[in-house]
Design a protein around this ligand. Structure first.
Ligand code: AMP
Ligand code: MG
Length: 413
């Protein structure tokens, strides 16, 4: 019995080690990331600050919209049955004013767009379809008659649900919040995110790099991408390739943040300390290699509600892996179920590659005719290629050739 247990335990340990060190398929890595996500409670924000936040409660309208029968035109409110006779104008009704006079046979009120329809009227004839006559009456000169009235409650009834919990608020939702008077809204809290760049060779962009140095571009790219989803990440500097320095800087960043994003230091080099230091900090490494190109050494680790993405140092890799893994993960941590947007378009040319054991993501241009053309790109360090690209094209494992005209999957940037 004891032998069986030892055998089983050894097998399990071996299996887990192999799993961590082996490349795992993209979909599996993505699933691990998404299913590991956590949320961080709620808070109230003013509606003007709610873009990119996720609603934590359903919202209902406190009034009907429109709140009264409303004119859709500048013109004359009258009875449709009367339009072939001269109409006597009895009142002028601006928007925001309650009409005083009732429309009866042969009368009309001048009315403005957005104004309340006077009692008795069932039609608004547009001013451009009328003629004022010498005696002050008006006459309909148009051909067809429409009501031009937006009836009370046509869009929304009092008490009806206008937005549901889980909605990621965009600019288009702001007028809805304003309309129903939801000036304070309950939203999910955002995770706090720290960004660090590892590499002894790095200097900050304001400096001229010395020999063997380069400017740190990843950290700023990462911060900028997070900004687009409403995350104001804290950039916490460059970490030299030194185990103790890494340990201290990672520990400090993790003390104050829920998520730590790193670039570099995850490959197989002698000075790539990230995985080791994360283990020393008590993190579980969920994967260290993903079968994607670029981005193979992408590393994901967690400890309780804290998460670390170790993205590869090459700038195109860190740019793409942030889109592929980190953005969807952070959306989940804000309680938004957002699947990455993928377009199916036609290849504008034949596309080939040599090795096909990984899912390739290549930067592409989308032409005016919606055809997909690869940009000039010579590998994961070639950050300049991205400035011409509109998105990334996925080439599945096992596929080496895409024929011109073949449907392809593109994730727009
Ligand atoms: P690493 O993943 O640390 O082995 O780095 C791979 C490549 O990316 C190396 O050529 C690094 O110099 C480069 N690199 C690493 N970090 C950055 C960064 N923050 N900005 C620009 N390039 C970087
Ligand atoms: Mg490095």
């Amino acid at each position: 019995m004891e032998k069986v247990a030892i055998f089983f335990f050894t097998f399990l340990t071996l299996y887990l080690c192999v799993k961590i060190y082996l490349m795992i398929p993209f979909d599996e890595a993505y699933n691990i990331v998404i299913t590991s996500s956590a949320t961080y409670g709620y808070e109230e924000v003013r509606f003007t600050e709610s873009v990119n936040r996720v609603l934590a409660s359903d919202l209902f309208s406190d009034l009907p919209m429109p709140p009264f029968d409303k004119s859709a035109m500048d013109g004359y409110a009258c009875r449709a049955a009367d339009i072939h006779q001269a109409l006597q104008v009895i009142e002028s009704v601006p928007a925001g004013v309650i009409p005083e006079k009732k429309i009866s046979r042969g009368t009309c009120s001048q009315i403005m767009t957005g104004a309340m329809i006077p009692e008795g009227a069932d039609t608004v004839i547009p001013v451009e379809d009328t003629e004022r006559q010498a005696d002050g009456t008006i006459r309909f000169t148009g051909k067809t008659v429409h009501s031009n009235i937006c009836p009370l409650g046509e869009d929304v009834q009092t008490g009806s649900q206008v937005l549901s919990a889980g909605t990621l608020l965009r600019d288009r939702h702001i007028p809805i919040l304003a309309t129903i008077g939801a000036v304070q809204v309950q939203v999910y809290k955002k995770p706090s995110v720290a960004v660090l760049a590892t590499g002894t060779e790095l200097v900050e962009p304001e400096l001229k790099p010395g020999r063997a140095q380069i400017r740190n571009s990843n950290a700023y790219q990462m911060v900028a991408q997070l900004n687009t989803i409403g995350i104001q990440a804290d950039y916490m500097g460059i970490v030299p390739d030194d185990e103790e320095r890494s340990y201290r800087q990672f520990r400090d960043a993790l003390d104050d943040h829920d998520i730590m994003l790193l670039s570099g230091g995850v490959s197989m080099g002698r000075y790539d300390y990230v995985p080791k230091v994360l283990e020393r900090l008590g993190f579980d490494l969920h994967f260290r290699k993903v079968a994607i190109q670029p981005g193979r050494p992408t590393t994901f680790a967690s400890r309780d509600q804290k998460f670390v993405f170790g993205l590869p140092g090459n700038p195109v890799s860190s740019f793409m892996t942030l889109k592929l893994f980190v953005k969807p993960f952070i959306y989940r941590c804000m309680a938004a179920k957002i699947e990455p947007r993928e377009l199916i378009l036609a290849a504008g040319t034949r596309i080939t590659r040599k090795k096909n054991n990984r899912l390739a993501w290549i930067p592409v241009k989308i032409t005016g005719e919606q055809k997909v053309i690869p940009v000039d790109y010579h590998g994961s360090a070639h950050i300049f290629a991205l400035s011409y690209a509109d998105g990334m094209l996925g080439i599945p494992v096992g596929q080496s050739v895409i024929k011109e005209g073949e449907p392809v999957h593109v994730r727009p940037f």
